[in-house]
Design a protein around this ligand. Structure first.
Ligand SMILES: C[S@@+](CC[C@H](N)C(=O)[O-])C[C@H]1O[C@@H](n2cnc3c(N)ncnc32)[C@H](O)[C@@H]1O
Length: 256
């Protein structure tokens, strides 16, 4: 796990940074050696169905918990890249809560959940009647997790894209959702430029969920955002994310 993310200091991140420090060979293997069926079975065997203690108890998700084998297992046995998809991040929780509370934001819209992880925001958009939902995550395991999580919620899966879309020619999305995507400075910089482009070309609405991470609060993008909602995190989520007590949703404005 990247040093930058480690500095976000969530309990999960601390645990993951110990558990999942791997060699490049393992990472390469993970991209090439495993079939979708293997990944699906692995996720089912190494996660638990949770969700009721999050900000969106109505959404069920398969996530990593202390009851799972790899909470304690030797790191070299972990066969994939770092499991961001196995956590429901506080930024994604606030964003999904906001979407579920304001279904008109998504209803009938073409929605992109960028950095979708477990797929919770994409699932929320589908639950609110979005016309078309794309879940984009560069980790192929996240795409399989999103499929599984959609099934748990009796939904057809969204279109899952695993290419890096940041910097690509903007497509005509009405809405882009970003849950906890401002944990890394370089990623935040490239997002800022690309989102600006999407807004200018297609008038895309951009919603960001973030629990007040330092990299987010100090970034230039912050001056272009209007706060839409603020949520106190449930006790369990606070315990799992040292130092984080709340999470907000922001709308990216084009004020130029
Ligand atoms: C902190 S997690 C947030 C996941 C989810 N949005 C949530 O809030 O629960 C960040 C996610 O972004 C993904 N990611 C990182 N860089 C990306 C990129 N360039 N394009 C798409 N996804 C990316 C990671 O694989 C990871 O799943």
């Amino acid at each position: 796990m990247s040093g930058v993310l480690t500095r976000t200091c969530t309990r999960y991140v601390k645990i993951f940074s110990t558990l999942f420090t791997q060699t490049n060979r393992h990472r390469y293997m993970s991209k090439t050696a495993h079939s979708g069926e293997y990944i699906r079975r692995f996720i089912s065997e190494n996660t638990e169905i949770v969700g009721e203690k999050s900000l969106t108890p109505e959404v069920k998700l398969r996530l990593f918990t202390p009851g799972c084998r790899f909470w304690r297992e030797r790191p070299e046995l972990w066969p994939f890249d770092d499991p961001y998809w196995a956590i429901y991040w506080p930024g994604g929780q606030a964003l999904s809560r906001y979407v579920l509370d304001n279904p008109e934001v998504c209803r009938g819209k073409k929605v992109l959940d960028l950095g979708s992880g477990c797929g919770a925001s994409a699932i929320s958009a589908k639950l609110c009647g979005a016309a078309h939902v794309v879940a984009n995550d560069i980790d192929i395991v996240a795409a399989v997790a999103t499929h599984i999580n959609c099934e748990l919620n009796s939904l057809e899966p969204p279109v899952c894209v695993t290419d890096n879309m940041i910097g690509s020619e903007p497509q005509g999305f009405n809405l882009i959702l970003l849950g906890d995507m401002f944990y890394d400075e370089a990623l935040a910089d490239s997002l800022y430029i690309w989102l600006d482009h999407c807004i200018k070309i297609h008038g895309t609405k951009v919603l960001i969920g973030d629990p007040g991470r330092a990299q987010f609060e100090s970034h230039d993008i912050r001056r272009r955002l209007q706060q839409l909602a603020h949520f106190e995190l449930p006790e369990t989520v606070r315990e799992e994310n040292y130092g984080l007590t709340s999470s907000s949703v922001w709308c990216y404005q084009d004020w130029t």
